[in-house]
Design a protein around this ligand. Structure first.
Ligand SMILES: CC(C)(COP(=O)(O)OP(=O)(O)OC[C@H]1O[C@@H](n2cnc3c(N)ncnc32)[C@H](O)[C@@H]1OP(=O)(O)O)[C@@H](O)C(=O)NCCC(=O)NCCS
Length: 166
């Protein structure tokens, strides 16, 4: 079991694009099953990771300079953040890496006055649904047949700060 104090969270840099791509393709094997024509496999190409991280904000988790986790998010002027992707290298599942990434992000957002964080998770992704419930997210709705027929996206959110109406 790796101690969490050996995992470092830092901002994404282009030199990590290849490693992030490899890690994401491993983490989402449950979805694409190694099918290189799948939209999700393609979306994790190094080029698309670079595109994502120039559009969204991205943090990585490093263990001895190896990328073991990734989180990307975007923010709005009305102080709500959207988490577009969270993933951990399967070799590191269950060791608290995703918790560390999300806690780091939440701490930063709270300090910046963000009220709420939200995301979508595929209904069959029980590991991720359990993870988000454990982290205090609550279901808000469902998008039916969203990324494919029969795959529904559960919309989940978590309040960070109470809303100041002044
Ligand atoms: C979902 C995912 C990000 C969780 O990452 P992780 O680093 O393994 O999660 P953590 O170790 O921080 O787990 C924190 C808590 O989540 C819950 N959890 C995590 N994995 C779980 C599982 N397989 N079953 C049930 N609960 C689980 C547990 O309550 C755990 O707390 P505990 O260790 O105190 O019991 C990871 O499994 C992953 O990368 N999956 C593939 C990519 C993916 O589907 N991402 C989500 C897209 S929306």
């Amino acid at each position: 079991m790796d101690s969490m104090d050996t995992i470092r969270i830092r901002g994404f840099e282009p030199r990590y694009a290849e490693d992030v791509s490899r890690m994401l393709r491993n983490a989402f094997f449950w979805y694409h099953r190694g099918d290189e024509s799948c939209w999700l496999w393609k979306s994790f190409s190094p080029e698309n990771i670079l595109r994502r991280c120039s559009r969204d904000k991205c943090l990585i988790a490093l263990k001895d300079n190896r990328v073991v986790g990734f989180i990307s998010f975007s923010t709005t002027l009305y102080k709500v953040a959207y988490v577009s992707l969270v993933a951990v290298d399967p070799e590191y599942w269950g060791k608290g890496v995703a918790s560390l990434l999300l806690d780091t992000l939440e701490e930063k957002l709270r300090a910046e006055g963000f009220r709420k964080i939200w995301l979508m998770v595929t209904h069959v992704n029980r590991r991720a649904v359990s993870f988000y419930l454990k982290k205090g997210f609550v279901p808000e709705g469902i998008l039916r047949d969203h990324t494919a027929e029969g795959l529904h996206e559960i919309i989940m959110s978590k309040k960070l700060n109470s809303f100041n109406r002044e």
